[in-house]
Design a protein around this ligand. Sequence first.
Ligand code: PMT
Length: 422
Amino acid sequence: MASLPLSPLSSLAGKRLLLGISAGIAAYKSALIVRLLKQAGCEVRVVMTEGAQAFITPLTLQALSGEPVRTSLLDPEAEAGMGHIELARWADAILIAPATADLMARLVHGMADDLLTTLCLASDAPKLMAPAMNQAMWRHPATQRNVAQLAADGWQLIGPAAGDQACGDVGPGRMSEPEAVVNAVAHHFKPTTLAQPSAPHIVITAGPTREALDPVRYLSNHSSGKMGYALAAQATAQGARVTLISGPVNLPTPQGVERIDVETAAQMHQEALRLAPQAAMFIGCAAVADYRAASAAEHKIKKTDDSNTLTLTLVKNPDIIADVAALPASTRPFVVGFAAETQDLAHYAEDKLTRKGLDMIVANDVSQQGQGFGSDDNAALLLWRAPSGTEQLAAPHQTKNQLATLIIHQALSLLSTPLLEL
Ligand code: PMT
C-alpha cells in the first residue's frame, strides 16, 4: 500500500493550541497530549470542564503546560489576566480531547454554558476533537446525528478508535491514542494542496457505467454520481489528493479533484487498476453494470416483424473493487466498497465485505424514497473489519455531503490509526 506518511510534528512548532478537556475517563491521556504538544514546540493553554476535574487535576496540566489552567467562565481573577474572548482569539486551533457525548451535543446546539463551549463559539480558529465514550453511546443515532452536524460545522473528528473500553465493553468509542491525536493536529497544520505529495491519494469511482448494445443503445442504471462526487469533494476538504474515475454524469468536477471520464465497466476497471496500486485508499461508489453484451452490434439492431422477443447474450463484467482488493499487500490500498441493497442491509453488506475482500463497506437502502439513486440525500450503514470482528455505525438520513464527510472521516481514521499509533 502506498502509505499515509506519518506527520512530522514540526508543523506544530510555534503554534498556539487551546486544549479543552471534558469529563471522560480518557482525560488521563490528555496529560500525555500536552506533553507531546509541548515537546513539538507548541504553546498550550488548557481549559477544563467542571466534570473533567474529577478525572485529572488542573495542577497536573498546569505543571505540564507551564500555564495556568482555566476552569470557569465566571472567574474574575482569570478574566483579569487573559479574558475569554482574548483567549478565543489567541488560539491558532482548538483541540478537545476527550470530547464526551454530552459536550458534542452541547456544541451542536451552540450552547455557551461553560468556558469551553463559550470559547468554541467565540473562536474562528479551526477546531478538532477526539471523541471518547462508551460504544453504545457512540453508536446511538443521536450521537451519530451530532457527529454529522459537527463535521458539517467544520469540526475535524479524530477517531474514536475501536477496542477494549474502560467500562468493559468492546467496540468503537475509545479515545484515539495521544500520539494519534497529536499527529492529526500536526497534519492539520500542514498545508495540503493537490500538489503536496504527502497528502494521502484517494481514488474514487462514481456514477453509472454504460454498456453498448449497438451504436445507439446501451445498458445502464440510475446512478447520478452525486454520492461519489460528494465523497470526492469531502475527501479533498479533509486534505486528501483525489482522483475521480467517473462514469457519464451531469455534474461539475469538485474543486481540486482530478477527474478521469470513462464509459464502460472495462474502461473503469482499467483506470482503477492503473491508479489503485499508488493510492492510499480506493472507494468504489460507482454503480458498475454487472453484465455487458457479449458483442455489441456494429449497426443499429433492427426491429423484426417475425418475432416479439429479442434475445441478448450478456457476459459478466470484471468486478473492479474485488480486483483492487486482491492486489498484492505491497500495493493494495485501503478498500472501501458500497452496497446498494433493497433489504437486509447488514446481512448482505457483511457478505460483500467478506466476499470482495474489502476493509470497509457503506450499505445504502436504494428502495427507500428520497435517498440512494439520484437524490441529494442518503442514509447508510457503515461496516468495517476490526480485530474484534465487524464493527458497524448507522448513519441516519442526511445530505450526501454530510454523509460523505462521515464516510471519509471514518475511512481515514481506520486507515491512519494503526500507522499513526505505531
Ligand atoms: O450516484 P447516486 O445517484 O448518488 O447514487 C449513489 C449510489 C446508490 C449509486 C451509491 O450510493 C451506491 O450504492 N453505489 C454502489 C452501487 C452498486 O453497484 O452496488 P453493488 O452492491 O452492486 O456493488 C457492490 C460494490 O462492488 C460497489 O462498491 C460497486 O462499485 C462494486 N462493483 C460492482 C460490480 C462490478 N462489476 N464492479 C464493482 O467494482
